[in-house]
Design a protein around this ligand. Structure first.
Ligand code: ZN
Length: 569
């Protein structure tokens, strides 16, 4: 079989099995390479990976849009459990050829560093382990995607309870809070058993690769070259010292404003100034259309990129029964296009989520200018810098008539966002500390010890809320955190990036145009520079220390107080 000519489009692989893909890798593995042909060989390999990963991404998108369709599930599973793990195996083989050839250019330096690391930690024995983990991930998605709650006689998917968590009526809020925790409390044993299996497989994969535990494995596996587990622990400490007390102050002001004895977990989402929840848009068309105008005002070239997404149908925004929970932005590497998936129900949080995912989308567009697939996607620390900075950079442009909010509503949405930033930092620190505990304590395989450790860490980081009598609900929270199941250790990145994004925002207060220009410069670097250099280009530095974090938290708190004063009048 001659396979030297690659397919013209990813659709050629949409129903492919591994046997259809393998010959292309065989050809690349055996084609003679030398100084004069290696660049062509690299381009062919890159294009092959673009085609296959785009076919896989399209299958994943189709499945998450309709998790109940068995054909879509089968297509997605074929890619995620059969094709991609084997492709990774063959890619490591090709990476070895490249590294052995001695070919190197400055633009390939970060790629070669990653390849060397991948080669070092790769083990044949781990290929079936990671494939099995993908199956368990799909099972987690199936269990959580099928959850509905009976609410006033209707069956609602969980995201649709969000508006009730914001109700001015405390009884309704409490009912919504309990109803959204209940399915996870009921499925606790099932999910804990699933996690037990994932834990064992991950620890085995780490040991196969010569590491003492999965935490030590994940640092090289996620190419965390510029910070260490000790830096992460410094980060936890800094959040405990500088952020947790700020959150306590913010929640105390909320308690007073709401006129409550104590804050319960169902009192955290209601808008204490405007009473009822803001409804910034009525449907997906208005939601997306306004986003385009917001980006247009921020920067015309970003607006035109978003317009492309609208025109090409690269958005699925509204919550519907059968959709997987959560939101993501997936890159289609061959087309050079992003796709945004969300579960919007018409709230302020949805606007923030769309700004976030659009930041990822702009990153995908900008990075696609880099010629090879490996030169485009930097680590999540840089990816989340793109998305979280966008939440803050776009904030001044959310006003009607182009945007979503009347002036006083914009202030209250901004306050909500600033408070969320502080609350999310303590959540991030507790999730990262929890995963560290799971994979390093030796007790991570014990379901009861896990729940107890989660409660201890929540008590350490999350203050100002009265959880008495809600132990089950508090435990249920981690079972809802899909990253812990599906993307282990993918969480501290949000914290690192949030601290970076706050620096980009601080710069924008002095010179908004320059802050956006630096942001775009950083995005266009793709993955060809180191993480500290990408941050520097964006106008930020990687920060784990309490002083650096405290400075930014102070700035956020000042802004919170300023907005609050305005809202009181
Ligand atoms: Zn993100």
């Amino acid at each position: 079989m001659t396979v030297s000519v690659l397919p013209q489009s990813p659709s050629a692989f949409s129903k492919a099995t591994w046997d259809d893909v393998a010959p292309y890798f065989d050809e690349l593995a055996t084609r003679p390479i030398d100084r004069s042909t290696i660049e062509g060989w690299l381009r062919a390999w890159s294009t092959l990976e673009e085609l296959v990963t785009e076919a896989a991404a399209r299958a994943m998108i189709a499945y998450t849009i309709e998790t109940s369709d068995p054909t879509k599930e089968a297509d997605h599973l074929r890619f995620s459990t059969e094709i991609l793990p084997r492709m990774e195996e063959r890619s490591v083989e090709l990476a070895r050829r490249l590294v052995d050839s001695g070919y190197a250019t400055p633009a390939l330096k970060t790629t070669l560093d990653r390849f060397r690391t991948q080669i070092e930690i790769f083990r044949d024995a781990n290929v079936p382990i990671f494939a099995e983990l993908e199956e368990h991930s799909a099972r987690y998605q199936r269990i959580t995607g099928s959850i509905t709650v009976e609410w006033d006689g209707a069956e609602l998917p969980l995201p649709q309870l969000q508006p009730f968590l914001k109700s001015p009526d405390r009884i309704i809020r409490e009912r919504a809070f309990r109803a959204s925790s209940r399915p996870y409390i009921d499925r606790r044993d099932q999910l804990a058993a699933l996690f037990d299996k994932m834990y064992r497989l991950r620890m085995r994969a780490a040991r196969n690769a010569g590491f003492a535990n999965f935490r030590d494995y994940i640092f090289p596996a996620k190419f965390r070259f510029d910070y260490t587990p000790a830096d992460c622990e410094r980060f936890h400490q800094a959040v405990e010292t500088a952020v947790a007390p700020a959150v306590e102050r913010v929640l105390e002001a909320r308690r007073q404003r709401l006129g409550l004895e104590v804050l319960r977990p169902w009192d955290l989402a209601v808008d204490p100034y405007r009473g009822k929840a803001l409804r910034p848009f009525a449907d997906a068309a208005e939601f997306g259309g306004k986003a385009r105008r917001v980006f247009e005002r921020l920067d015309p070239s970003l607006g035109s990129k978003f317009q492309v997404m609208l025109e090409e149908g690269l958005l699925d925004l509204e919550s519907r029964k059968g959709k997987a929970p959560g939101g993501y932005c997936e890159t289609l590497h061959f087309s050079g296009r992003p796709f945004i998936f969300m579960n919007a129900v018409g709230l302020v949080d949805d606007v923030m989520t769309l700004l976030h995912e659009a930041g990822h989308a702009f990153h995908a567009f900008a990075a696609h200018e880099q010629p090879l697939i490996w030169q485009r996607h930097p680590g999540s620390e840089a990816a989340e810098l793109a998305s979280m900075s966008m939440e803050l950079l776009a904030a001044p442009h959310l006003l009607q008539p182009t945007g979503y909010f009347a002036p006083e509503d914009a202030q209250s949405a901004w306050l909500e966002h600033l408070e969320d930033i502080l609350l999310s930092l303590v959540h991030i620190a507790s999730v990262d500390a929890f995963q560290t505990w799971i994979y390093t304590s030796g007790q991570g395989g014990d379901a009861d010890a896990r729940d107890a450790a989660w409660l201890r860490l929540r008590a350490r980081f999350e203050r100002g809320v009265d959880w008495s009598g809600l132990g089950g609900e508090r435990v249920a929270r981690w079972y809802r955190q899909l990253h812990i199941f599906m993307y282990p250790f993918y969480y501290i990145e949000y914290g690192i990036a949030q601290v970076g994004a706050l620096q980009v925002w601080r710069n924008s207060l002095d010179d908004p145009a320059r802050a956006v220009a630096r942001y775009r410069d950083a995005l266009s670097l793709g993955a060809v520079r180191s993480l500290p250099e990408i941050y520097r280009t964006a106008g930020a530095r990687l920060t784990f220390d309490v002083e650096g974090i405290r400075e930014l938290v102070d700035l956020v708190e000042q802004e919170i107080n300023r907005v609050r004063e305005g809202l009181k009048e």
